[in-house]
Design a protein around this ligand. Structure first.
Ligand SMILES: [Zn+2]
Length: 293
């Protein structure tokens, strides 16, 4: 019976070794899988790290872009601050559209402006107090149909009217050659007219007379004087006005009763010099200083 014991033992040993082999195989497979999992997770971690640094880089770029845009916005705001833009400046396309209201402003007379007009349009014996005048910044289309900055000095009593009129002229793209204070022409009306400049306040007497002009009160405005001359007894004073004395034909920039400029001033109660008999002053719109308050 001894051999039966040996056989049983051998079978047992065989079974044990088979089981051990099987277990070792299973363990090895698991170990392999774990190794693979580890490698996969490491790769994933690496990918995540790369993604994080890519996102950080993106955030940095976006922050930089936002900062640049902020600077651009500030520069734009500076550019569209009309206080800093002198009359005669032609604006870039679209620049005015962004901030039109800011270009149409009424200002009290600052020291800087007063220094510009004192001794010129604002003579030493000027009877209109400085507080009675207003400085207007506006936009207008020039004769090349570009948007240009303009300025105007008027009586405070008609400042609002003028701002509204010039705003509407601008909206309707009405062309005005230029709008500088007459002081840029040494307050010389003739010189300003010869340069076809649109202006208002000038403490001076009426043309060819002794009484004060309504321009002296800032209650009169001359528009495009070359195309709209002052004519007295058939005589005109500016050579450049010659083609515009005959008012029968339609002419560009010539004011008549159909003209937008005439209609807007008339709506606000201004009288037009073109309606006078003699002299006739086609460029001239005024309100009576005695009645405007
Ligand atoms: Zn006038």
């Amino acid at each position: 019976m001894r051999w039966i014991k040996w056989i049983a033992l051998a079978v047992l040993l065989l079974a044990l070794s088979l089981t051990a082999g099987w277990l070792a195989g299973v363990w090895y497979d698991n170990w392999q899988t774990l190794q693979e999992d580890c490698r996969r997770m490491e790769a994933e971690l690496e990918a995540s790290r790369e993604e994080i640094s890519r996102l950080q880089e993106q955030i940095f770029l976006l922050e930089q872009e936002a900062a640049e845009k902020e600077t651009e916005k500030e520069t734009e705001e500076e550019m569209t601050d009309p206080a800093g833009i002198p009359a005669g400046t032609v604006l870039a396309e679209g620049q005015a559209a962004k901030n039109t209201d800011a270009f149409f402003q009424i200002y009290e007379i600052s020291d800087e402006i007063f220094a510009r007009i004192y001794g010129k349009s604002y003579k030493e014996d000027c009877t209109v107090p400085r507080e009675g005048l207003r400085y207007l910044k506006v936009l207008h289309y020039n004769f090349d149909h570009q948007v240009q900055v303009g300025e105007l000095m008027v009586n405070q009593a008609i400042a609002r009217d003028c701002l509204e009129i010039f705003r509407e002229l601008y909206e309707q793209e009405y062309e005005i050659y230029s709008m500088y204070l007459v002081d840029d022409f040494q307050a010389d009306d003739t010189l300003s007219c010869e340069m076809n400049n649109t202006s208002a306040f000038n403490f001076r007497k009426v043309t060819g007379g002794e009484s004060l002009s309504n321009h002296a009160y800032g209650c009169a405005i001359d528009i495009n004087p070359q195309q709209n001359p002052y004519v007295e007894n058939g005589v005109y004073y500016h050579e450049n006005a010659a083609p515009y004395i005959d008012r029968t034909g339609p002419g560009e920039h010539m004011i008549d009763h159909e003209d937008l400029c005439y209609r807007l001033f008339a709506e606000k109660g201004f009288a037009w010099g073109g309606d006078w008999e003699n002299p006739i002053d086609y460029q001239h719109f005024e309100k009576d200083p005695q009645t405007v308050g």
